[in-house]
Design a protein around this ligand. Structure first.
Ligand code: HEC
Ligand code: HEC
Length: 327
């Protein structure tokens, strides 16, 4: 018996050594990204203008990285909170296994990042100190930025009003906390400039950097369900109940197959917060996290290109129940 226990103790000991060695190896190897580059992003008026357009109306960085007003329809971003961070994401609100907080991306939060470190954080999902970001921060999409667009985003967020705001550290549950260290793109390889005269190419680019698919595709174990891309149904828990994203494939019955291009553009434009200030919403009623008030600021040309691209997707029949009120 004693001998058996001794052998068992050796086995357990050996296993512990193997596990510890593995974790040391794993944590020193992953995330496997190149060191930040030492490129400098020159701030020019053209970049500030393009960056503002992208950050506010296309890639909607400020949708997540600001304070949103849940008492208004389509939860608009509050003024004077742009980039401040602090928005909380967990399981019921956004299907995050654990809890994370959008970071402070004003100069008061990331002022100590070099341009290379900022580019690496946005496009490869790794912080200044080398830790992995959870992919709700859509770096997989941002790794497909053109160089000029990413430089414009960097230039613009450097110009945000600095806001002091200490954001809590998040934590992701085991084993996802290990898995998310293995998905980072190794370095930022800029996409080639899409042809603006080719709405399919340009529309696909916009849909990618606007992360439409992230919200409009149902997930299973953190992966989009194959065949269900853009078919909607992703749930978000809001105070009044569960709201689900719409089917935006060109299916005639359950998607946007019967919408004209004008219908599509008009749907966004009708949510322009300046022309139509968002109405107050009873916290028990339907509200939406679709960033309508921000995306409404996209140009007609860009919305049209998005429409053209969405029309080329495979129609998927999937009727979504948009809202289930709390019992
Ligand atoms: C869907 C929500 C969402 C969008 C859109 C988004 N972010 Fe984030 N971002 C996050 C979250 C959440 C984190 C923190 C993730 C974590 O802690 O793992 C983060 C982290 C970051 C960080 C790391 C900062 C630090 O201090 O570690 C930077 C930089 C950043 N985002 C910039 C951007 C930029 C620039 C854009 C637009 C091009 C953007 N984000 C769009 C949610 C988002
Ligand atoms: C933060 C998550 C989120 C993002 C990002 C997002 N959507 Fe949505 N979207 C939703 C939700 C939730 C709904 C359903 C509720 C509603 O109609 O507002 C919706 C509804 C829609 C509708 C209305 C469809 C209908 O049948 O009424 C369209 C069109 C749409 N989204 C297109 C887009 C496009 C195009 C993009 C990218 C440019 C995008 N969405 C990005 C969450 C999102």
């Amino acid at each position: 018996m004693k001998k058996f226990l001794k052998i068992l103790a050796y086995i357990v000991g050996a296993l512990a050594v193997v596990i510890i060695a593995f974790l040391i190896y794993f944590n020193s190897t992953y995330p496997k990204v190149d060191p930040p580059s030492n490129e400098k992003v020159e701030i020019t008026p053209a970049r500030l203008e393009r960056g503002k357009y992208l950050v506010q109306h296309v890639t909607v960085c400020i949708d997540c990285h600001s304070t949103r007003d849940y008492s208004k329809y389509a939860v608009p971003v509050m003024e004077n909170t742009y980039g401040k961070g602090g928005e909380k994401y967990d399981w019921p609100t956004a299907q995050v296994p654990g809890v994370i907080y959008a970071k402070n991306i004003t100069p008061a939060g990331i002022g100590n990042y070099s341009d290379g470190e900022l580019i690496r954080a946005i496009a490869c999902g790794v912080t200044k100190d080398g830790s992995a970001l959870f992919p709700l921060m859509p770096y997989m999409n941002y790794s497909q930025f053109t160089k000029e667009d990413l430089y414009s985003v960097v230039a613009y967020i450097r110009s945000l009003q600095p806001i002091q705001n200490e954001v809590p550290q998040g934590s992701i549950d085991f084993p996802v906390n290990l898995i998310i260290k293995t998905i980072q793109p190794k370095s930022f390889v800029p996409a080639k400039e899409p042809d603006r005269n080719n709405p399919l190419e340009y529309g696909k680019y916009l849909v990618t950097i606007a992360s439409c698919s992230d919200c409009h595709t149902q997930m299973e174990k953190g992966q989009p369900i194959p065949g269900k891309e853009f078919a909607g149904g992703f749930p978000f828990q809001l105070s009044g109940g569960v709201v689900r994203s719409a089917n935006i494939t060109p299916d005639k019955e359950s998607g946007i197959g019967s919408w004209s291009k004008d219908d599509f553009i008009e749907r966004f434009k009708s949510m322009d917060p300046i022309a139509y200030p968002p109405a107050s919403v009873d916290p028990k009623e339907f509200n939406t996290v679709m960033p309508w008030t921000l995306l409404a600021g996209m140009s007609n040309e860009d919305l049209g290109a998005i429409y053209e691209y969405l029309k080329t997707l495979k129609p998927v029949s999937n009727t979504v129940v948009k809202f289930t009120p709390n019992k």
